[in-house]
Each structure stands twice: as structure tokens, then as C-alpha cells.
Design a protein around this ligand. Structure first.
Ligand SMILES: *[C@@H]1O[C@H](CO)[C@@H](O)[C@H](O)[C@H]1NC(C)=O
Ligand SMILES: *[C@@H]1O[C@H](CO)[C@@H](O)[C@H](O)[C@H]1NC(C)=O
Ligand SMILES: [Zn+2]
Length: 608
């Protein structure tokens, strides 16, 4: 604390001297007796003011010279070996790109205040991410002012705008080469680490090309190499196992009987793991055999707020990132010229936004910050010029830190203690509730018994909410699949914390850009289009995505097997009408809601 006091005192000093001058001024003008004559006074004032401005100018110029000199000095000695004049490495290099899916500026303010509250930190304590903010990104897609994650990630991977739902295909439905594919072609090692399904839009955009993000079965096959370019990803760690297993096995969500895990192992030489124990063994042993396919969850890795209770089953984002970093570092250590490209996504910040669940979101942002710190540590300890750049594809939820709850003018406050009291996500409560309703006890339960369960076992036990209203319990019992219990749970926390949300979807607000060191990401300082982030990635690695595009078009056209002449890229799945992707996403969301309320569905239908 003492250290933190110093800068505050320093600021107070300068404010004091400013105030003193003003007060003196006021004092002088207020004194009638020995006050100089008005005209004389005016002249005196003008002289003093111009003297002040001259002195201030001199001071500013002097300061600028010193700062310039300092930064030149820092630059001359700082970057040093391996870095060129243009701020880019001259030889071997690594690039880590971090995507905070759905994280807008308000998520940072919320998480910063939450952390200060829970860890008793001073008001000037900031997040690791705050310390590395260098700019902001404008996120619109080719067909909407509000992007989805597919168009958002295509902007990063190809450096080009496309339509919502596009997985590295352009508006004319031709494939565009990605930075990861180009990096692999150039001799880099590559990796993707996510906390959602590996077949979800963001990771898919780096190593797959399909006309709609809904084609996750095709994406799974392409990502392991079953597409025109062959195997391009050396490290794949995340969830989404169900899309890799044939529909004949338990835990599959594929619509066909293709065994993508088997294909990965037999045809493309992947080292496959699917559980925490094997994950830990790999980590302990080091020298991981690549390529690696690590499918750590059926679908999504649980939200961090829930995952910490099942840490023996699922690794954290930071642990997955650490494994990828050490594997890629080891695999490139003997190369004189080529390092690696790794994309790490904090995928579920977005999901917490879709669910309007602020308690789940702060833990997702903290977990992503921890991963960011892990990567910074890696950069600190490597001799290879390495850069970390991070940004979001878009904001989700229209999060607002302040909310009017009734006709009364709102209080200027929001309450992090409400979020701190929750030990699980709204989605977890909803699943637990559905399980209860499906159990023997739940099926036999009277309305009063259900109310008791909701109050004590869910809201008090898992959410730390004790001031529950009867009508809130009623709305949960009477919930329908169109406004599922998870929405109501999340709303209860949001209202009490006085946090607002404008939508369960995405918004168009600009998002932040971060870097390990602004000197190494100079083109991204300030406000940019999202495609400039994509261009930076390719430029930093000195790779050309258009060469890959050519290769995809040449090889891809040969595989066409449809009668229609316009369908030259059948391997990318059928073309869907614009905006249907959005519907597909919404359907996914409702399907999720349905699953969450599967027992409720029966109730609803029974009542109809
Ligand atoms: C599994 O996939 C095969 C095609 O690969 C299909 O014929 C079959 O109907 C599918 N089974 C189920 C239960 O979906
Ligand atoms: C938080 O939980 C505690 C019990 O653990 C409870 O007494 C308290 O009222 C809760 N705080 C809020 C703000 O709901
Ligand atoms: Zn989203």
C-alpha cells in the first residue's frame, strides 16, 4: 500500500500547487485595499500568464526531448538482438494471438472492480490486461454492423471482411487462405487452444473453410487435415469431442458414423488424449509428440466458476495454453529460422455474455487474464523474439455497469459483492434444476417442495442469494423453453448487482486491442478495423495468405463433385442464404436452452 500511496501523493502535490496559484488569484482579486488598479492588475495578470505559458512551453519541450531520448535509448537497448528497425524480428520469431470472445470494455471495468472488491486491492489496482491496452478494434462484418464470431475470426485469419456465419470463406463463397495455414506452409509450427468446442467459429476460421459455421462435423474433419491442404495444425487443445466421435459411440453429436479421432490418428499421425490424467502426464513429461489432438470435454470446458469445483476433470485455459507453449517451444527449438504461431481463445466470456451472467463472466475474464500473464511469462523467459497480441471479435450482451430498476432515479452504484457471493454459473443452476426435476424426488415434488428446492439448494447454496422473492421462484417454476430458468437465475444476480444487459446476442461496440509490448505491435496502436489485426498477424510472421488462397482454389476446385457449375467447392458445404447463419446460431442457443430445461419441456407439453 505504501508504494501505491506515493504516486497519489505526488499527484496531490502538483494539484496543490495549482490550487495555491488559483487561491492566491482569488484572494488577490477579493482584496479591495491593496489590490492594484484594474488596468494595472490586468496588465500584471497578462504578464504573469504569458510568463507562465512560456515557462510551460519550455517545460513541455524539455520533457518531450527527455522522453524521446529515453524511448530511443530504451529502444536501442530494449528490443536488441533479433529485432529490426521496423519493430519486427529479423529472423526466428513466435506469435501468440489471444482472442477474448465477446469481451467488451465494460467486461474489463466489471472484472477490475470485482477483483479489487474480493481481494481487498486499492482503487488504482488494475488487471494485467489493462496494463497492456494499446488500441481498439471496429468489428462490423461484410453484411451487418453487428458481427458474429465467424465473420469476426475470418477478419483475423484471412484479413478480410466476410458475412456472418462464414468460416474463412469470402462473400462470393470462395475460400480465403488463413494466417495459420500460411504459417504452416512457411515452416512454422502451429497451435489452437480454446475453452469451447474446437469446431466452434473462432478456432475453425484458422484451419477450416466452410460456408456456414453450423457445419461443425465437416469442420472437425478439416481441422485435423482432411481437406485440400492436409494436416496444418500441430497442437489442438480444447473441447468439442462429440464432433470427432462417430454417431455409433456414446457421447457423439455427429450426424454420421465418421470416426474423426481414428482418422486423426491413422491418417494424419495425431497423438490423441481425452482426459485430465493423460493431460497432466503429457505436461509432466514434456517433449510432447506432435501433432497433438487433446479433446478435453464433450462440448465446452465448463465455465471457470464451475470448473474450479471439477479441476480434477478439466484443465484451465492457462494450463492448456502452457502445454501448447511448451510443446511448440520444444518442437521449434532446433530450428534456426522458424518459430510458432499459436491462437488461444478465452471462448466462454462470450457464452457468459449470451447468458447475461455477470458472475460467470468475471471469472472467465480473470481466467483469460491469467492466461495472458502465462504468455507474458513465456515471452519474458525466451530468447526468441516473441509477440503476444490480443483482442475480441465483438462484444456480447450489451453489458452496462449501472442500471435503473424502477421509476425512481437510479442510485449511482453497482455491487460486486453480489457477484462475489455466487459459487456457480446460472447455467450450472439450470442444469442442476433440470436434473432435480428429472429425478424421482423432483417428479414427485409438489409446487411448494420445488420452491423450497429452488430457494435453498440453488439460490442460497450455489448463488449466495438470500433475499429471494416468491414471484421470482414462481417465474422459475413456470419458466418455458423460450425464456429458460438460466435466464431468470442470471437476471436475479444482474438486478441485485445493478448490472444491465441490452441483449442475449452480440453488439457493435468497439473492443480493445492488447499487446505484450506496444513497440512490437506498433501498427495496432489506436483505433483499427478488425481486418488490420489479421493483416498484422500475417505481416509479423512474414507470410502471404494470398498464396494459400491460390492453392485452396486450385486444389479445392479439383475436388468438386456436384453437377452445378457454380458449386466448385463442394467440400465447403452448401451455401446458405444470408442471415440463415444467425438463425442457426439462435437455434443452437434454443437447443441449449431446451437441453437445459429438458425436464421442463415435458412439463410444458403436459400443460398444453
Ligand atoms: C449414423 O450415420 C449414418 C451415416 O454415416 C447414418 O446412416 C445413420 O442413420 C446415423 N445414425 C444415427 C442414429 O443418426
Ligand atoms: C452472501 O452470502 C452470505 C452467506 O454466505 C449471506 O449471509 C449474505 O447475505 C450474502 N450477501 C448478499 C449481498 O446477498
Ligand atoms: Zn457469441
Amino acid at each position: 500500500m505504501a508504494q501505491d500511496d506515493r504516486p497519489l501523493l505526488a499527484r496531490a502535490d502538483s494539484q496543490d500547487s495549482y490550487r495555491e496559484a488559483n487561491e492566491e488569484d482569488a484572494l488577490l482579486t477579493g482584496q479591495a485595499t491593496d489590490k492594484p488598479e484594474p488596468s494595472q492588475w490586468k496588465k500584471y495578470r497578462e504578464t504573469v500568464l504569458s510568463l507562465y505559458s512560456i515557462l510551460a512551453t519550455i517545460a513541455i519541450v524539455a520533457l518531450a526531448i527527455v522522453v524521446n531520448h529515453e524511448s530511443k535509448r530504451a529502444h536501442a537497448k530494449g528490443p536488441g538482438k533479433g529485432w529490426g528497425q521496423d519493430g519486427k524480428p529479423t529472423g526466428k520469431r513466435n506469435l501468440i494471438f489471444m482472442v477474448s470472445d465477446g469481451m467488451g470494455p465494460a467486461s474489463l471495468s466489471m472484472t477490475r472492480s470485482f477483483r479489487q472488491f474480493t481481494e481487498l486491492l486499492p482503487i488504482d489496482d488494475v488487471l494485467v490486461l489493462d496494463e497492456h491496452l494499446i488500441g481498439s478494434s471496429r468489428t462490423r462484418s461484410s453484411n451487418s454492423l453487428i458481427t458474429d464470431s465467424a465473420a469476426g475470426a475470418t477478419a483475423f485469419s484471412c484479413g478480410m471482411k466476410s458475412y456472418n456465419g462464414a468460416i474463412s470463406v469470402l462473400p462470393d463463397h470462395t475460400p480465403c487462405g488463413t494466417v495459420l495455414e500460411a504459417a504452416k506452409k512457411a515452416g512454422y509450427m502451429t497451435g489452437l487452444v480454446v475453452t469451447t468446442r474446437l469446431t466452434d467459429a473462432t478456432p475453425a476460421c484458422f484451419a477450416a473453410h466452410v460456408n456456414s459455421r453450423a457445419y461443425e462435423d465437416i469442420i472437425a474433419e478439416q481441422m485435423i487435415g482432411n481437406y485440400p491442404l492436409g494436416q496444418v495444425v500441430d497442437v489442438l487443445i480444447g473441447g468439442g469431442r462429440c464432433h470427432f466421435l462417430p454417431n455409433t459411440t456414446e457421447g457423439s453429436c455427429r450426424s454420421d458414423d465418421t470416426d474423426v479421432v481414428k482418422m486423426a490418428k491413422d491418417k494424419f499421425g495425431y497423438n490423441y488424449i481425452d482426459n485430465r490424467q493423460d493431460f497432466d502426464n503429457l505436461q509432466a513429461r514434456g517433449g510432447v509428440k506432435l501433432p497433438l489432438l487433446a479433446l478435453m470435454a464433450d462440448g465446452d470446458v465448463p465455465y471457470e466458476i464451475d470448473r474450479v469445483h471439477v479441476n480434477d476433470v478439466y484443465p484451465s485455459e492457462a494450463e492448456m495454453a502452457q502445454l501448447a507453449l511448451s510443446a511448440l517451444e520444444a518442437a521449434t527449438k532446433d530450428s534456426d529460422s522458424k518459430g510458432f504461431f499459436l491462437m488461444i481463445e478465452g471462448s466462454r466470456i462470450d457464452h457468459a455474455g449470451h447468458g447475461n451472467d455477470p458472475a460467470a463472466q468475471v471469472h472467465e475474464v480473470l481466467a483469460h487474464g491469467k492466461t495472458f500473464a502465462t504468455v507474458l511469462d513465456f515471452i519474458e523467459n525466451t530468447d526468441i523474439p516473441t509477440v503476444l497480441v490480443g483482442t475480441s471479435d465483438h462484444e456480447t450482451g450489451g453489458l452496462a455497469l449501472g442500471r435503473q430498476l424502477g421509476v425512481a432515479y437510479p442510485i449511482y452504484a453497482w455491487y460486486p459483492e453480489i457477484l462475489a457471493n455466487a459459487s456457480h454459473s446460472a447455467s450450472y443452476l439450470s442444469h442442476k434444476y433440470a436434473d432435480y426435476l428429472g429425478s424421482d424426488a423432483g417428479q414427485k415434488a409438489s409446487r411448494k417442495q420445488k420452491a423450497k428446492y429452488i430457494r435453498h439448494e440453488l439460490l442460497e447454496h450455489d448463488f449466495g442469494v438470500y433475499d429471494v422473492l416468491d414471484e421470482e421462484i414462481d417465474s422459475i417454476i413456470d419458466a418455458t423453453i423460450f425464456w429458460p430458468p438460466s435466464y431468470i437465475f442470471a437476471e436475479m444476480i444482474s438486478q441485485r448487482a445493478q448490472i444491465g444487459w441490452s441483449t442475449h446476442g452480440h453488439t457493435a461496440v468497439d473492443v480493445n486491442i492488447y499487446a505484450s509490448d506496444p513497440h512490437h505491435a506498433r501498427p495496432l496502436i489506436g483505433n483499427h478495423e478488425n481486418i488490420e489485426v489479421g493483416k498484422f498477424l500475417a505481416d509479423f510472421l512474414d507470410v502471404d495468405v494470398s498464396e494459400v488462397t491460390k492453392e485452396l482454389v486450385e486444389k479445392g476446385t479439383k475436388t468438386h463433385d456436384v453437377a452445378s457449375e457454380s458449386m466448385n467447392f463442394a467440400w465447403m458445404g452448401p451455401v446458405q442464404p444470408l442471415n440463415s447463419h444467425q438463425v442457426a446460431v439462435e437455434e443452437t442457443l434454443w437447443a441449449e436452452a431446451l437441453r437445459e430445461g429438458h425436464a421442463l419441456e415435458v412439463d410444458v407439453h403436459a400443460r398444453l
